[in-house]
Design a binder for this molecule. Structure first.
Ligand code: PEP
Ligand code: MN
Length: 754
């Protein structure tokens, strides 16, 4: 067969008679959709690309398993293809010339009607009694099949229910064991090396063939390849790890979709959800908008048919619970799935040392104590079929550590402790440890015995860390190659923007703060600064309005929309200040007040960490490390001038420190030219210098009547200086490539009413 374009060869996939059913005179065929060029999804990719008609040079963005098919089609048509790297088929994609991207996909594998597939079947076979296929693959094609093959029965297998009524005459549900076993049988019996959807279809073909009258003609659509499943379906190790063989082999059932009571599964990708107890699982993809999600579910199911909402994915338990509450049906919290180990020991008799166990770990514990699948038990609970009975107590011990993992030793010894079922190391060697490197799972008859076994196992395990190359690993570039973005009340500070923070040195009166905020806005500021707690060198200085000042700031925020940056001077005040502030400022005098750093970190608020006036860059980064080590990575560094021998300015602005800190750390670095110079006349030139050197923002003092300011009067910009400030921000930040002219158009032009 000669073709002049690879795209023309897509489709025309082999249609092969199987041995299955032959002994009874039943004809069973496999339409091998995965065997053409581009592999699984090529036909759909060609249709989707044709329908989307991407413009020249605008990249097509795809992700997931069908990305190679799209890469083939779109690439042949001359469109650049960008791929969201989710690890699927990466070498193939690189070979096809795809570029990585973080943009959201522009092309998603929505069901596309494959009229062509239906036409090919009709051409090859003339008439067909039944077509069986994965429900996702066949959903949109059912109409075309009926048009080309009058009287055909269309049977869906596995996965989700259709969104708008059902196109299927029957739907079959299989669990993983059933699907995987059938996939292996397909390879053994028919020598077709395929994936689990094909396996599930094969199993249903067997079921139908066994009951069909001689002469019946049945076609199965086989959409996936064995090569893509060597580490799952065909891996004994995978079977053992997931205890596939323990799932029952008799759950497969057919349902007439429109009559079924439904349990909704909220998932992010297709999973095989079990059929049980007369309930039909309906699969919806999770989405961020709860109202849209509810609408989708109601459209797919009808309110009176839904009996509950579950999710097999740890990340979606909360979404599933919210959806259930919105629909007024039991959710995961009514079953067993959402109970976090260690939180509710009544329902799930399990123990954990703190860290919230993932859904996968929970399922293992549940299986250990009940011998049944968690999701099955949840379904039984929804169907009112009774609670599982528990035998003993299972628990998990997380191996907590911080740093870069070198090695975990003692795994064999830990596994030899009686009752220990699993020792998992989940962090790869050389990776930074998130919260824990892995865990031990054990079972015992009593809780005391369980805790003892977990302790014994843990005592054998030693986590060796790689020595960090810098003394401040968390804030260093070692932790993160790319520079980080810190978001304060919705305002981003980081490498791709330039942020102006302005306001009075101290909050003095309502009027003064409001006016200063309006001045800040007019200059293009997106955050408001202002101290309610002031650290002063002299005990006789104005030390701030304290909570009254915070209230004023909150009122001004409500009025202007500007999030607030304000200083906290003393650890006991952190809670109070954090209640009002969007960002906590740690002043130069407190940079090494380690208790205050920890308390501020624990507030969870982003932190503006000013450089100590006599601190080296290393000491500054170590102070930031004090915050990061508490789990708060939202830190912005602020260079505000250092103490030198030169008395003509208040401090000496150390602009090179901005570059040094940005080179050593991933944190944003801004500059405070007001405190650096102490002189109004120098503030704008130094702000321009900060932009030019590549700082991520500036923070400066403004005051409606500087001569009356209670604090730092000589450095505040007044009304007259504002035009210059707005101009400096608009022009210099654009010039330095920090802000696009579009962004700057939003900044009020100089001279606008303020
Ligand atoms: C301030 O920003 O008001 C302030 C007191 O700054 P610093 O800690 O840099 O002196
Ligand atoms: Mn000040």
């Amino acid at each position: 067969m000669l073709s002049h374009d690879l795209i023309d060869v897509i489709g025309r996939t082999p249609l092969v008679r199987l041995r299955l059913g032959a002994d009874r005179g039943v004809e069973v065929y496999a339409k091998c959709e995965a065997l053409g060029p581009g592999g699984p999804g090529a036909r759909a990719a060609r249709l989707a690309v044709a329908a989307a008609r991407p413009a020249d040079h605008v990249p097509v963005v795809v992700s997931g398993a069908w990305a190679p098919a799209v890469a083939l089609v779109a690439g042949r048509l001359g469109h650049p293809v960008h791929v969201v790297d989710d690890g699927v088929a990466r070498p193939a994609l690189t070979a096809l010339g795809c570029l990585p991207t973080a943009e959201p996909p522009t092309l998603t594998p929505d069901a596309v009607s494959q009229d062509e597939l239906a036409a090919e079947l009709a051409e090859d076979l003339d008439w067909i009694d039944v077509v069986v296929g994965g429900d996702d693959d066949l959903r949109a094609t059912a109409g075309a099949l009926r048009a080309h093959l009058p009287g055909v029965r269309v049977v869906g297998v596995r996965g989700s229910l259709p969104r708008n009524g059902s196109p299927f005459d029957e739907l079959y549900r299989l669990n993983e064991h059933e699907a995987f076993e059938a996939t292996r049988n397909l390879a053994l019996d028919e020598k077709l090396f395929a994936g689990p959807v094909s396996g599930a279809v094969y199993r249903v073909l067997g079921e139908l063939a066994a009951k069909a009258a001689p002469g019946t003609r049945i076609v199965g659509v086989f959409p996936d390849r064995g090569e893509d499943c060597v580490e799952t379906v065909y891996s004994d190790e995978y079977w053992a790890r997931h205890r596939i063989a323990e799932l029952p082999l008799s759950t497969m059932s057919a349902a007439r979709p429109d009559e079924a009571l439904r349990v909704v599964f909220v998932e992010s990708s297709d999973v095989i959800v079990p059929a049980a107890l007369g309930l039909t699982p309906t699969h919806v993809r999770t989405c961020a908008d709860p109202i849209a999600l509810r609408r989708t579910v109601l459209r797919a199911c009808g309110a009176d048919k839904i009996v509950g909402v579950l999710s097999t994915d740890h990340a979606h338990q909360a979404v599933a619970a919210r959806l259930a509450a919105d629909l007024g049906v039991p959710g995961p919290s009514a079953g067993f799935g959402v109970e976090q180990v260690g939180r509710d020991r009544q329902i799930l008799p399990a123990e954990s040392n703190g860290t919230v166990a993932s859904r996968a770990v929970l399922s293992r514990l549940f299986r250990l104590t009940t011998g049944t699948e968690l999701v099955q038990a949840e379904l039984r609970a929804l169907a009112g079929a009774g609670d599982p009975s528990f035998d003993g107590v299972a628990g998990v011990h997380f191996l907590r550590a911080q740093g870069i993992l070198d090695e975990v030793t003692g795994v064999d010894l830990a596994l030899a402790v009686p009752g220990v079922e699993e020792v998992a190391v989940t962090t790869p060697t050389g990776d930074r440890i998130g919260d824990h490197v892995g865990y031990v799972i054990a079972w015992a008859a009593t809780r005391a015995e369980l805790l003892d076994r977990l302790d014994q196992a843990a005592a054998h395990l030693h986590v060796r860390l790689r020595p960090a190359r810098v003394p401040y690993p968390l804030v260093s570039r070692e932790a993160m190659v790319n520079r980080s973005v810190v978001t304060v009340g919705g305002v981003e500070i980081g490498p791709d923007t330039f942020t102006l923070i302005a306001g009075p040195c101290a909050v003095e009166t309502v009027e003064q703060t409001f006016t200063s905020a309006r001045m800040a806005l007019a200059a293009g500021a997106t955050l408001l600064r202002g101290g309610a707690f002031k650290p002063r060198s002299s005990p006789y200085g104005f030390r701030g309005l304290r909570e009254d000042g915070l209230r004023i700031l909150a009122d001004v925020r409500a009025e202007t929309g500007l999030p607030i940056v304000t200083e906290v001077v003393d650890s006991p005040d952190v809670d109070l200040v954090a209640r009002y502030a969007d960002m906590l400022q740690i002043g130069t005098r407190n940079m090494q007040n380690f208790g205050l750093l920890e308390a501020a970190a624990d507030s969870g608020r982003p932190i503006l960490l000013k450089r100590g006036m006599s601190a080296t860059v290393q000491e500054w980064l170590l102070a930031a490390e004090y915050i990061a080590v508490r789990g708060n990575n939202n830190i912005v560094l602020c260079e505000r001038g250092i103490r030198t021998f030169e008395p003509s300015t208040r401090n000496t602005l150390d602009l090179s420190a901005v570059l040094v800190a940005q080179g050593l750390s991933h944190l944003p670095v801004i500059v405070d030219p007001s405190h650096a110079s102490g002189l109004r006349e120098l503030v704008l030139p130094l702000a321009r210098a900060a932009v030019a050197v590549g700082a991520d923002g500036v923070m400066l003092d403004v005051h409606p009547e500087p001569e009356k300011a209670l604090c730092d009067a000589k450095q505040a910009l007044d009304e007259a200086a504002l035009d210059g400030l707005a101009e400096a921000m608009r022009d210099w930040a654009t010039l330095a490539g920090r802000l696009s002219p579009d962004v700057l158009r939003q900044v009020a032009p100089a001279g606008q009413a303020r």
